[in-house]
Design a protein around this ligand. Sequence first.
Ligand code: LLP
Length: 449
Amino acid sequence: MAEQPAAVWPATLSRGADGAMSVGGIDVRDLAREHGTPLYVVDEQDLRSRARAFATHFGEAFAELGATCDVYYASKALLSSRIAAWMRADGLGIDVASGGELELALRGGMPASRITLHGNNKSDAELTRALEVGVGHIVVDSMTEIEVLSALAGGLGRVAPILVRVTTGVHAGGHEYIATSHEDQKFGLSLASGAALGALRAAHAAPGLELRGIHTHIGSQILSVDAFRESAERMLGLRASFAAETGVDLPEVDLGGGYAIAYTPGAEALDPAVAAREIAGAVAAAVDSVGGSWPAFSIEPGRAIAGPAGITLYSVGVVKHVGLEEGGERQYVAVDGGMSDNPRTIMYGAEYQAELAGRVSDAAPALSRVVGKHCESGDIVVRDVDLPADIARGDLLAIAATGAYGRSMASNYNAILRPAVVAVRDGQASTLIRRETLDDLLNLDVAPD
Ligand code: LLP
C-alpha cells in the first residue's frame, strides 16, 4: 500500500571500510574539515531524483486519464538559486511564499511563468513585483486580496492570473501547526461556509484578474492517501458548483503538498508513485460523477523532495551523564548547533535519527539526548536516541532527514551563525548557501557613534 517503511538516509550515503560515512562520494570527515560544522549536506542526486519522481509519477498517472498534473516544488522547504535551477532543469515549477523566495527562484533562472506566489498576507510590494515579472499564478487568500490585487493590476495595466485558496475542511497531517485546511485557522476561504464560492464570484467579476482556478493545501507530513482523495473530491465539487452557477469550468486545480517522509528508521513515508495513482483515480471518479471538462491539475511537494536528501553534520562538544529519577542515566551529547539550525524538535516535537558519522563504535549503546549550545533547556535536537557510550568531544554526528525546513527555518538566536548548505555529487562538493560569518552578523548591527 501507500505506506511503507522508508530509508531515512540520503540515497548515496554509505559507510567506508573504516566505518566513516560518505555521501555523494565524499567522506564526511573531509566535508567537516573543509566546510566546518554544523553543516547541512544535500545529496544532489537524491534530491533531484525525488523531484523527477514526482514529476514523472504524477505526469504519467494523469496522462493515462488524458489529463495533466504539473509539479511545483514548495521552495519553503529549502531554497537557493541553484536549487531553483535544478528544479527548472528537472521539469518542475516553483511555489514561493514571499518576495524573498520569489527573488531566489528568479535568480536561479526559473521562468516567472513557472512560479506560483502564495501567502495569506502578501504586501503590496510583493504583489506588484509578482505582477511586474509576470508570475504564472498568484494564489489569493482573502477577499481583501482580491480587491487589492485587482487595483494593483489595473494600475499597472496587467492581468493577474489567480487561483483562489480554498479551505476544504479536510483535517490531515502531523502537528496542529502544520495542518492547514481545517476551518479554524488563518489560511484560505472556507468551502463549507460558502466563503470560497463567494470569493470565486468576486474574483470572476473583478477587473484585472484572470480566474484560472482553485488551490488547496491540506497540511504537511500526511501519510493517508484518503485525505488527498477527499480533498480532491471536495475541490471538484466546488468547481462543479461554480460551473453550475456561471457556466465556467475553471481550467486549473492545485492540490498542494504535504507528502509524508520517514524521519526515523521503521517510520512510513507516502510513496509518490502510489499517491499519484490513487489521487489520479479519485480525481477521475470525481470528474465522472460531477461532469464537465477536465481541469489541469498541479501539486506542490516540498518536504518529500528536499527532506530525505539532506543530513546535518555536527561536531560533538561536551558529553554529560545525568542520573534519571526513575533510575539509570541519560547521556547528553551537546553539539555545536541546535535549535537555531533545527527548530523542528522544539516546535513540533519532531523525531530524528542520529548516528556517529566519522567512525563506528562497538561500545554499548547508551540512552542519549542530542542537545545544542543555546541557553535554553528545551534546546534539543534529538530527544531520544541510542548512541555509543564512548562518544566524545570531536566526534562527528549526523542527523538524518534534515534537508527540509532546517536551513529555511534557521535563526540567529544567541547570535549564532547560520550553517552553510553544501551539495555533494560524484565526489564533488559545492556550496549552495555559504556559512554566515561574524562580519555578516556585525554588518547588520548599527554600532554606537
Ligand atoms: N504548498 C503550500 C501552499 C504550503 O503551504 C506548503 C507547506 C507546501 C505546499 C509544502 O508542504 P510539504 O510538501 O513540504 O509538506 N515548517 C513545517 C512545515 C510547514 C509547511 C507549510 N506549508 C515543518 O517543518 O514541518
